[in-house]
Design a protein around this ligand. Structure first.
Ligand code: NDP
Length: 468
């Protein structure tokens, strides 16, 4: 990356602050439209997704999946001779190499598009001017895409815990891992590290994992994680992290009945949410105040209160997901310079956004939970099925699969789709297309199933299980 120095002000069409998924997409698309663009990044290109998020997490998820495959293989006649060994140091370094390769690709693609890369920390001098280590830039459009970082809870001894960034470079797989939190990261890391051999305790303060997800799907996942041996404690309250005599950490917590526990841990993961990266941007100089969640407020066209300044991705959005940031970048470029390919550009947040939790089994979800649909629509029908998939007829394992549709009775439109199953993420992507096209339950019924698959169940649900 080149570092600009000097004091003259540079005049640009667009200045992007942040080299994560959203910022990179915005900068590249603008440059490909012939605009004069610079992108400022203070750390590694690729942001959270590439460096300490989606990509390395998915690699670890794949690694953990082998543990389940080894458990299932004997049922299919495989004879695994002797204990199967796992080499964490190998995985850690293979992951690091792959991430380095991806960073290079991001850099190269930006440079090839003509984006000028600036290394350093950006801060506003006034609503039109940004300074990076003494170099000043003015741009017709400034895009803030600085992402988010883990938020540490206010707990005595919290400094003894690590955040999700640190999980990729742990010196060894913890023998005992305690996870505080029950959201995406807590569930994914619990599943990964249990698969890689850790004894995992997950402490969630509310009565449900994955708040905001369909309650039945979240309970189904909880049951599956527990069946595999992960200790999931709902309605638990973490009091403190204390040093133990053996140099490890004792996590003091209370269970749902008020009983006190002290669980020893080699590693304590604090997975209690993320906060937007706005520190040091000097947003008040631009006339921007963050909201109560620390986010930069934006309107439907991603405009901040400052003229010509836009924000996208985790720093601004209520849906902090990589593809949302990328879609917002596309939306912004279409809005500013006109749509390149699409006939009618859509606003990201007006569409059904699929999401997945990469646990084992994984959770795939689109649209309204049953609970949210009940609050939103006059009448809904819920179609559901839970069953043991064909794969497990011989695997000797007994995971249960859940598929579920939530239908608005007035329009017959499918407004919610939830799956807890292996490959749930791969399944829901295609259904998101159908739901964005307005698919009705009748359309699902008219679709021929693909046999034998889990996905065919979604077009084979005939009788509602619940109506309200
Ligand atoms: P989430 O918001 O998903 O979950 C936070 C969890 O921490 C909740 O269970 C919450 O409990 C709990 N919590 C919050 N504060 C405290 C506290 N003080 N003490 C104890 N528990 C607390 O955050 P994550 O960090 O898991 O993930 C951040 C975001 O990153 C996600 O929302 C998601 O958008 C994104 N992400 C997406 C992934 C994917 O697409 N697969 C993977 C990983 C992250 P409660 O429920 O009671 O509020």
């Amino acid at each position: 990356m080149t570092t600009d120095t000097g004091s003259d002000t540079d005049f640009l069409d667009m200045l992007v602050i942040g080299g994560g998924s959203g910022g990179v997409r915005a900068a590249r698309l603008a440059a490909l439209r012939g605009k004069r663009v610079a992108l400022v990044e203070q750390a590694h290109m690729g942001g959270t997704c590439v460096n300490v998020g989606c990509v390395p997490k998915k690699l670890l998820h794949y690694a953990a999946s082998y543990a389940h495959a080894f458990d299932e293989a004997p049922g299919y006649g495989w004879q695994l001779q002797g204990p199967v060994a796992f080499d964490w140091a190998h995985l850690r370094s293979a992951r690091a190499q792959e991430i380095e390769r991806l960073r290079g690709i991001y850099r190269r693609r930006l440079e090839e598009a003509g984006v000028r890369l600036v290394a350093g920390h950006a801060r506003f001098v006034d609503p039109r001017t940004v300074e990076v280590d003494g170099q000043r830039f003015q741009a017709r459009h400034i895009v803030i895409a600085t992402g988010s970082r883990p938020r540490r809870p206010d707990l005595p001894g919290a400094e003894r815990g690590v955040d999700s960034d640190a999980m990729f470079t742990l010196p060894a797989i913890p023998r005992q891992l305690v996870i505080v939190g029950g959201g995406y990261i807590a569930c994914e890391m619990a599943s990964i590290f249990q698969g890689l051999g850790a004894e995992v305790t997950l402490l969630e303060r509310s009565g449900q994992l994955l708040k905001g997800f369909d309650t039945e799907a979240a309970h189904h996942l909880r049951a599956e994680l527990s069946r595999q041996g992960i200790r999931v404690e709902l309605d638990s309250k973490v009091g403190a992290l204390r040093p133990a005599d053996d140099g490890r950490t004792t996590v003091e917590w209370q269970d749902s009945h008020g009983h006190a526990h002290g669980t020893p841990a080699d590693t304590v993961l604090l997975a209690t949410g993320r906060q937007p990266n706005t520190e040091g941007l000097a947003l008040p100089e631009a006339g921007i105040a963050t909201d109560e969640k620390g986010r930069i407020p934006v309107d439907a066209d991603l405009r901040t209160p400052a003229e010509g300044v836009y924000a996208l991705g985790d720093v601004a959005t209520a849906k902090p997901l990589t593809p949302v940031a990328i879609a917002e970048a596309q939306q912004l470029i279409d809005h500013l310079y006109g749509p390149a390919h699409r006939r009618s550009p859509r606003r990201v947040h007006d569409t059904y956004t699929p999401t997945a939790v990469f646990t084992h089994p994984s959770v795939g979800s689109i649209g309204y939970s049953e609970e949210k649909a009940r609050q939103t629509f006059d009448a809904i029908d819920v179609y559901r099925s839970d069953f043991k998939g064909l794969k497990h007829a011989l695997s000797g394992q007994a995971p249960s699969t859940l598929v579920k549709l939530v239908v608005d009775r007035a329009s017959d439109q499918v407004v919610g789709l939830h799956i807890v199953s292996e490959d749930a993420a791969e399944i829901v992507q295609g259904f998101a297309v159908a739901m964005n096209a307005g698919a009705t339950k009748a359309d699902f019924d008219d679709t021929v199933g693909l046999h034998p698959t889990v996905a065919e169940e979604l077009v084979s649900l005939r009788e509602p299980s619940r109506q309200s």
